[in-house]
Design a binder for this molecule. Structure first.
Ligand SMILES: [Zn+2]
Length: 259
């Protein structure tokens, strides 16, 4: 096996190891999530380039005997410096990195790579207001990666259609998410279950989630949401991601009141 490899990589986190070395956690379409060592002094080129949210071409040396990977070189093509300059963006990026690292098993490497890169690009480029909706879209897409998205089209109890693409449904129409069944349901069906296990969502919010799956990213970005819908989606998606990540998410705890 070739000990030298060249792969695409996005740095998710970096922590110090020993006196002078660092361990980077990386996501790559070729290798999934993996860790690699950066050896070297305080002022080395690699030391500054191997920094969270940078991505580009990585040259690796894989030691089969020691079962370790060393980064030999890194040609950064995306720096995403805008993330570090804003608290909201930093918290969003930390949540993205933690989700990718902690839920790596069973996830499609290619899709994870594009989703993480796309969200981080948005954080770098967009305004903080736009990023808040970007975070909601990222979380909904991440649930799809985990195979845990609830069906947005039909009521999980009676099978009736939930949303209307023609826009004929009144925007104040109320629908529900059942936490016990991980399904959306229509207003007629809330009598079939325990109301305390339901989370309210207006038609506009469910239509937005449906559009993320079916429309182009540019079309979804043009959709305008009521502040109430944004709040409902925020509550629902953060509830879902903390529930389905099946682990404590430090970035969520650190981001309370910010994210
Ligand atoms: Zn129903």
């Amino acid at each position: 096996m070739n000990r030298n490899q060249c792969v695409q990589g996005l740095i998710l986190s970096v922590k110090p190891v020993g006196e002078d070395n660092r361990l980077a956690t990386i996501v790559s379409p070729e290798k999934g999530v993996f860790t690699a060592l950066v050896y070297g002094g305080r002022k080395g080129k690699l030391r500054s380039s191997v920094t969270p949210y940078h991505s580009g071409k990585l040259w690796l040396y894989c030691d089969e005997v020691k079962k370790s990977i060393k980064i030999s070189d890194f040609d950064v093509t995306e720096y995403r410096t805008g993330i570090r300059e804003n608290l909201y963006k930093s918290c969003g990026a930390a949540l993205c990195a933690e989700l990718v690292i902690k839920t790596q098993s069973g996830i499609d490497n290619d899709k994870t790579w594009y989703l993480a890169k796309g969200y981080l690009d948005g954080l770098h480029l967009a305004s903080e207001m736009e990023c808040k909706l970007g975070t909601l879209r990222f979380l909904w897409r991440f649930l799809d990666l985990l195979g845990l998205q609830a069906d947005t089209e039909f009521c999980g109890f009676c099978g009736n259609p939930l949303i209307s693409n023609s826009g004929t449904s009144p925007s104040n129409m109320i629908l529900w998410y059942s936490t016990t069944d991980n399904t959306f349901l229509c207003n007629d069906c809330i009598h079939s279950g325990d109301i305390s296990s339901f989370i309210k969502i207006h038609h506009q919010g469910l239509h937005y989630l449906h559009s993320i799956n079916t429309a182009s990213p540019a079309e979804v970005r043009r959709l305008i949401l009521n502040p109430e819908t944004v709040q409902e989606l925020h509550e629902l998606l953060f509830y879902l991601i903390s529930r389905f990540a099946e682990t404590r998410l430090k970035a969520l705890e650190a981001g309370i009141g910010i994210l």
